[in-house]
Design a binder for this molecule. Structure first.
Ligand code: CP
Length: 334
């Protein structure tokens, strides 16, 4: 396993003894039935956004804490909206103005929030393993969702990506998928690769310069391409990734202009893909660096539908985690 994709020890802490989902920390190691359950539940939640009254009582009386130690637009807002549409109360902790800045440790912050009897945490952190640490620490009634930890995992992104692919292209077991760009620093790539593999995708490609690929990446079950035109040949799905400059420890590229020339997705490059190919991007996009505006705003892009789907996926994950706890409560006190 590459040091770029650290393996977190201690078994799979996200599954409960009865096999249900206890926390959502990474796609890796999840059984296919759990992915399918979340994807199917998300399908039913999609319609809620189209109603005049966009709420269900599913999480009434629950409190969800959004704890983001790293910047986010899509993930934080869709988790907040997902919890609110399920009628939960939501606490958004502004880390910049929290006591974390006065030296309080992560686990002390968690303990203080637990003392308020919150039900679950949605957490983003720049350190791989932070969500696992918190999941091992919280009371057994509480749950943790990893909203992105370093370059390790972003499970709800992987789920919303495959949900988008399923809705636009059908079952993944017939599809060719190319993931293009900064694979080395990408938790999105890793989560999408695991989700596609679990669902039986037979042809997953990563396309990147050698400097932006983790060592032994092929152990993830992908084919490696360094040439964009070759990597895009005949694919049904293209996922473009941002250059994650904030995680780069060295100068890994000559210039962003040169990168765009070699790896930027334009309409011309897209001609190599299947004529009905779709284009995904997790956001935030850097137009003119990894993707041309004509593609980003063009008919093949499903980038904004990804955001809509992310909301439904996050509602499904929150429902699954809270539902498992409620079934336990009814069993213990019913
Ligand atoms: N895709 C994604 O994680 O976007 P944000 O960083 O805006 O949440």
């Amino acid at each position: 396993m590459s040091p770029a994709f650290p393996r977190l020890g201690g078994g799979n802490p996200q599954l409960r003894p009865d096999g249900r989902l206890g926390h959502l920390l990474s796609i890796e190691g999840l059984p296919e039935r759990i992915l399918l359950e979340i994807l199917n539940t998300a399908e039913s939640f999609l319609q809620i956004g189209e109603r005049a009254v966009k709420k269900t009582p599913t999480l009434r009386g629950k409190t969800v804490v959004n704890l983001f130690f790293e910047s986010s637009t899509r993930t934080r807002t869709t988790f907040e909206l997902a919890a609110k549409r399920l009628s939960a109360d939501v606490l958004n902790i502004n880390v910049a103005t929290s006591s974390h800045n006065k030296g309080e440790s992560l686990l002390d912050t968690i303990d203080n929030l637990m003392a308020m009897h919150v039900d679950g945490f949605v957490m983003r952190h720049n350190e791989a393993g932070a969500a696992h640490l918190v999941a091992r620490h919280v009371d057994q009634d509480a749950w943790v969702i990893n909203a992105g930890d370093g370059r390790h995992a972003h499970p709800t992104q992987g789920l919303l990506d495959v949900f988008t692919i399923l809705r636009h292209k059908g079952p993944v077991d017939q599809l060719k998928v190319a993931i293009v760009g900064d694979i080395l620093h990408s938790r999105v790539a890793r989560s999408q690769i695991h989700a596609l593999s679990i669902l039986g995708c037979p042809d997953i490609r990563v396309v990147a310069p050698k400097t932006l690929l983790p060592a032994a990446v092929e152990h993830l079950g992908v084919r490696v391409f360094h040439d964009l035109d070759e990597g895009l040949e005949g694919v049904d799905v293209v996922t473009m990734l941002r250059l994650q400059q904030e995680r780069m420890e060295a100068n890994l590229l000559p210039s962003s202009n040169e990168y765009f020339r070699q790896y930027g997705l334009t309409d011309k490059r897209l001609e190599r893909a299947d004529p009905d190919a779709i284009v995904l991007h997790p956001g935030p996009m850097n137009r003119g660096v990894e993707i041309d505006s004509a593609v980003a705003d063009g008919p093949r892009a499903v980038i904004l539908p990804q955001v809509t789907h992310g909301l439904a996926i996050r509602m499904a994950v929150l429902t699954s985690l809270a539902g498992a706890r409620d079934r336990d409560l009814h069993r213990d006190h019913g």
